[in-house]
Design a protein around this ligand. Sequence first.
Ligand code: CA
Length: 379
Amino acid sequence: MKITDVVCHILQSKVEKPFVSARGWVYSTRASCVVEISTDEGITGWGECYGPAAVAKSIVDTQFKPRVIGKDPFDVEVIWEDLYNRIKDYGLSGMTISAISGIDIALWDICGRALNKPVHKLIGGAYRTEVIPYATGLYFIDMNRLTEEAVEEALEFKADGFRAIKMKIGLGDLKLDAARVGAVRKAIGPDIKLAVDANHCFSVPNAIKLGRMMEEHDLLWFEEPISPEDRDGYIEVSRALDMAVAGGENEFTRWGFRDIVARKAMDIVQPDLCAAGGFSECRKIAALASAFGVECVPHAWGSAIGLAATVQFLAALPDQPPAFRPMPPMLEFEQTPNPLRDHLATVPIALRNGVVPVPGGPGLGIEIDRSVLLKYKVA
Ligand code: CA
């Protein structure tokens, strides 16, 4: 089999109720760079790149596409290494790796479709047939009702059947953050797991101070307490707090994660399939984490393609550590309005009785609805 074409589609949709995280970015549109790879056997694979879609498209179109055409999609890791070596002099991390990720995911999709097997059967097998999702939400929308709106949204997630929720924090007032987390914990009760995500807005002392203030609320993890470049800072925060510290959504490749993992700067690393290097690289990152006793729980933020890839990856990720009653790695199931996540697949990845069944169809296990693709395609 030979690759005959690589096409990047930029999809974009408007967000009706714009929302804000601790970084202060207003999310008023959702966009995605979707990669479609065709072959001479009529099999098409789909991938997705994290980050600014036009940048990803430009890198794929100008740097990678000519190197990929004519190759055998089953040489997926050979292709990965070739693309990385092509770009690393000026792109060791960041958008260049996101661009490789989209290609890698599409190639694994093709391999699965060619063999009529879901990707998780090709990368180790099914440790599980369903994954437990956590709802990501509780952003800042109405600045006058920050606590009330968080409580209301958390209760909606609980009513939907979610067993775990991740809320945004980082309001510039540690007491307000702690009180808001406390209000959500009180509302959802002790049995729903609760994580917090600061989108790296705190200094080391404030992260430690807030972590201690939140400790009584039984948190699953404290995500991105501080800026990702400050690895020594992560070590300080992780050692100071009893709760787990997570991060890594903005880290790339096995080399990017190597020192974080080896120094145990975080308790949980969160590579994104669509950013850190696709299936090929995230498997290596997970193996690295396992060797150092660090958990790997992928980050996910994107369209149905990125979500499906994450579900396939999680299906093949061992319990960390194995146990009679394990705590399996959870799926980040982001819940802000996004038609690209909900409608791009003919059968969407969905919550059923508190879990997300792992699709058993070939490749990523989803089929792309081309009418939806065209509806949101802007380039
Ligand atoms: Ca995050």
